[in-house]
Write a protein that binds this ligand. Structure first.
Ligand code: PMP
Length: 449
């Protein structure tokens, strides 16, 4: 390590003290919350924020968050992608306000659903779409469909993937390369080895072994891993994935939830992928709960041929509030007015500017770290070269160091995603916001190294 662990601990203690001293209101709310919220937070991941307690939000707008103690932050976390549009983009707020007055949920379609599906078709190339309330649900549904139409039980996922709280995906590889329940997996219904075959990202041979087994219904893959640091596909990996899945009659599900950062048509649009199913959620309705999945005409024909109309409400696909009028109005505004081609034309260079700043800091201090770019998203890992697999990226993690980086940034008005070291640009993010991060990152390195 190019720095002293004692120095890291001392800085962490100093920053934690400054953090707590400046946030009496957040701290008091957190203490009060301990009496009525599990772990003092509405959702367990919120315990992961550095500093011993999360800052409580007073308001968020554009690329800014103000906490209850009056501190303002440049938000590079953006709700871990849910707010990739920036917070409360005016077009979405307006569409939501109008729709609230016209009805929220009716279990009937609105014209917006057609407009949104047509726009998704145009952007991603898949002709037929359905809606959910989350990316997790989109993944759950397509997995069920894939099993149903192939008659096979296993799903292939990549080691260290994340696709939401989907049972089949909480599996990983052990030291001998076997599929096992993932560390931290809470209450799996069955041993994940029964439902899942895990392969390393970028491992064509491992993929081929799995697909040749005849047990696999579908591969569920992010185009690049984004939840263990960013791991980019090597040249040819997606071609091999598509060729092998076709050869073995295995369906290919591409999860674009995070890789939407690559451009208006996500990674799929930018790189010409040809999935059978596609899933997404988070940002597509500007932060209003919504998810979507698309499919080819061939998949839709297979579904139609195998499901009776009278069973359609009890088959395990759907949700009462899914496809509701409010989510669809928000999605329409997001796709047609916020996450537009013009918005991406501003966001993509900002992603590069952020990564250039990080690279400059890494180079100045000769650190064995790497910054990886994925359009409007960037991330650095503590590995000397870009990781090729989830395991390599995971091995490069350093919890204490990440806590320091996050806390140091928080104390200086910057919010980074609490898991690893990721930053995301929104249409509301400015060059000055990015430069502020660069300055803070470089000051921290001078302080630490
Ligand atoms: N897919 C990917 C790639 C994700 O990163 C996530 C969440 N981080 C999900 C799906 C699930 O999203 P949600 O929790 O909103 O359902």
């Amino acid at each position: 390590m190019p720095f002293d662990r004692g120095r890291l601990s001392a800085l962490l203690a100093r920053e934690a003290e400054a953090f707590a001293a400046a946030r009496p209101r957040s701290r008091a709310l957190f203490e009060r919350a301990g009496g009525s919220l599990l772990g003092g937070v509405p959702m367990p991941w919120m315990m992961l924020w550095a500093g011993g307690f999360p800052v409580f939000t007073q308001e968020a707008s554009g690329a800014r968050i103000v906490d209850v103690d009056g501190h303002e932050y440049v938000d590079l976390c953006l709700g871990d992608t849910g707010a990739m549009t920036g917070h409360g983009p005016p077009a979405v707020a307006e569409a939501v306000r109008e729709q609230l007055a016209r009805g929220i949920t009716t279990m009937l379609p609105t014209e917006d659903s057609v407009v949104v599906a047509e726009e998704l078709r145009r952007r991603f190339g898949l002709p037929l779409w359905q809606f959910t309330l989350s990316a997790t649900d989109a993944n759950r549904h397509v997995i069920r469909y894939a099993r149903h139409i192939t008659g096979r039980r296993k799903i292939v996922v990549h080691d260290h993937c994340y696709h939401g709280s989907v049972d089949e995906t909480f599996a990983g590889l052990d030291a001998s390369g076997r599929t096992v329940s993932r560390r931290g997996n809470i209450g799996p219904p069955v041993d994940p080895a029964e439902t899942t075959w895990v392969v390393e990202f970028n491992d064509v041979e491992g993929l081929e072994r799995a697909l040749a087994s005849g047990e696999v219904a579908a591969v569920l893959a992010e185009p690049a891993l984004t939840n263990v640091g960013i791991v980019l596909p090597e040249p040819g990996y997606h071609d091999a994935l598509r060729e092998l899945t076709r050869r073995h009659d295995v369906l290919l599900i591409i999860d674009e939830t995070h890789t939407l950062s690559a451009g208006p048509g996500g990674y799929t649009g930018a790189h010409g992928l040809q999935p059978d199913f596609m899933t997404m959620g988070k940002a597509i309705a500007g932060g209003i709960p919504a998810g979507a999945f698309g499919m080819t005409a061939e998949v839709s024909d297979r579904i139609d041929a195998s499901i009776a109309l009278e069973d359609i409400d009890v088959g395990g696909i759907g949700g009462t509030l899914a496809g509701n009028a409010l989510s669809l109005a928000a999605m329409r505004a997001t796709l047609t007015e916020v996450l537009t081609d013009e918005a991406f034309a501003r966001m993509l260079p900002l992603g590069d500017r952020w990564a250039d700043g990080v690279d400059a800091g890494i180079a100045k201090h000769s650190l064995p770290w790497t910054c990886t770019r994925l359009g409007a998203r960037g991330e650095y890992t503590f590995t000397p070269t870009a990781p090729r697999t989830g395991a390599e990226a995971h091995a490069g993690g350093d919890f204490a160091l990440e806590q320091l980086l996050h806390l140091y940034a928080l104390n200086r008005g910057i919010l980074l995603t609490p898991f690893h070291n990721m930053a995301l640009m929104s249409p509301a993010t400015t060059e000055a916001d990015v430069d502020r991060h660069t300055e803070v990152f470089q000051t921290l390195l001078s302080d630490l190294v």
